[in-house]
Each structure stands twice: as C-alpha cells, then as structure tokens.
Design a protein around this ligand. Sequence first.
Ligand code: NAP
Length: 286
Amino acid sequence: MKLGIVGLGLIGGSLGLDARALGHRVVGVSRKESTCKSAIAMGAVDDASTDVSILSTVDMVFLCTPLSKIISTTEQILPFLPKTAILTDVGSVKAPIVSQMQALLAEVQAQNPFVGGHPMAGTAETGIDAALSDLFRDNPYVLTPTETTPVEAVNAVAKLVRSLGARLYQCDPMTHDRAVALISHLPVMVSASLIEVCQSERDASVRELAVQLASSGFRDTSRVGGGNPELGRLMAEFNTDALLASLYQYRSKLDQIIHQVEMAEWDALESKLLLTQRDRPQYLKG
Ligand code: NAP
C-alpha cells in the first residue's frame, strides 16, 4: 500500500518507521523542510516534502499534525488526494475532530472516507527526532467510526493498525473522549498540579531536599505532568466537558481525603486505600 503521513513528528515519524518496515511505501508532508529531510534520513519515509501534491497517488493518509491543525491540514490536502484515498487521524480527542471532519468532507463534496483514530502510545518527547520503531506494539489503538463511516474503510485502517502490533478497539467518539479524559487527560492535570505543589513550597531548604529525595514514586506520579505542554493545552481545549467532569470528580475525592485527615478518620482512609489498591491492577492489564 502507498501511505501518506502528514505531520512528521513523534507519532507520524513512528508510524512511518513501522509502515516502511512492513513493506509499505510511505510519503510524508511536514511544515518544515528540515523535518522532511530528517524523516528521509532516518528512514521514516521514502520521500517527503512541504508540497502536499506529493500525496497525489496515496491509498491512505494518516493525519498526524497537532489537534488544532488536523482540519485545516485536511482542507489543504483534499484537492490533491485521489478520490478513493482513505483519511484517518491520530488526534488524542475524537468527537470534535470527527464531527468537523464530516462537516468539511460534506461541504467540499469529497468522496474520501474518514476513520477517526487514536493510538494510545507516546513519550514525553516531540518532533521527528523523537520517532521510535515499534511505538504502537502492544498498546491500544482506538478507532471511532460513526454510522456513516464506510465499513470497508474501517476494515482497511483496522488491518493496518493490527499489523503495527497494536491492540485494536472501536467505540463512538464521545465514549472515547470520556474514557481518555479519565485515564489520560485528568492524569496530566493532576500530575502537573503535583509538580506545582512541590515548586510552591516556600521553605527553600525543604524544597531543595525534596528535589534531592525524589525517587521512583515521584518519577511515576509526575511523568505525565512533565510532558508536552502544547498537547496538554489541546487536550483541555478540545475535550473541555469530559475533562471538567473528571476534574470535578477528582476534586470531590480530594475533599473526602482532606476531610478524613482533618477528622483523623484513619480507618475510613485505610478502607479507601484498600479499595484503590484492589482496583488499580485492572487498569494495568495491557
Ligand atoms: P509532534 O511530535 O509535535 O509532531 C507533530 C508534527 O506536525 C510536528 O513535528 C510538525 O512538524 C508537524 N506540523 C505541525 N503543524 C503542521 C502543519 N500545519 N502541516 C504539516 N505538519 C505540521 O506531535 P505528536 O506528539 O506526534 O502529536 C501529533 C498528533 O498525535 C496530535 O494530534 C496528538 O493529539 C496525537 N497523539 C499524540 C500522542 C503523544 O503522546 N504525543 C499520543 C497519541 C496521539 P514540523 O517540524 O514540520 O513543524
């Protein structure tokens, strides 16, 4: 198959490395000429350009730009795509992308099928130099077709996703957004707040000692709060309602803990921690 990748960064570059290893021909588009050159040099693409006409013979296009650029980029590339080329994106939020994409395709009367997608894989790094082989292996990859998405297009994207070694899931865009608010977007905000609390310690000697003593526990709990700020902002901007719902729930759980500590309700606190100890493993089966 001939694949197009638009946005040669961590996700786009990683997809390119795996797709080429699987024998697909891959052409890339990115904003910067230097990124295109790097992608070719590292073997993430066979060819790349800032000129979108390079996509004129592809079978499938992965839209891997930042969330805020997915729709405008699609608008730009559509006139150059074969009418049968399947479009799929990798954006971390699905409902607004899927609805705006369907509206755009209808408005310009494009025949190209679109399948929303989200690989649940990443690192704290960004850009083409952060691209990794096998990034998607054994990680979830969610597709979010709607009732109007052609089944053949869903099957074609699903086949490619499975060939990356990813664990394929399908659900509607809104359910996806509510689920990732809980396990991905809320943790970013919680983890960022944790780092902020440490940094706001007024006693410099305590803060400096905390920096020295921070070990594996802090590494685990602060990791996602130390990731790409632009991605965190876009999660909040694009998934506002679901993120707010999960933040309100989190605040209420924190208030319960504050109350238990203030009231010295140690048994109640331990009971809560027994439940969280029991429940955590079900989220880590993958
Ligand atoms: P990234 O490393 O910053 O890569 C995005 C790349 O897109 C940039 O390197 C940039 O390349 C290019 N770009 C930006 N604007 C563009 C435009 N207008 N036209 C063409 N290319 C453009 O970001 P990423 O982490 O790969 O994220 C990309 C997408 O994957 C996002 O939609 C995000 O929601 C999704 N996602 C991210 C993760 C994660 O953990 N990082 C996980 C799952 C899904 P230049 O160097 O050419 O400017």
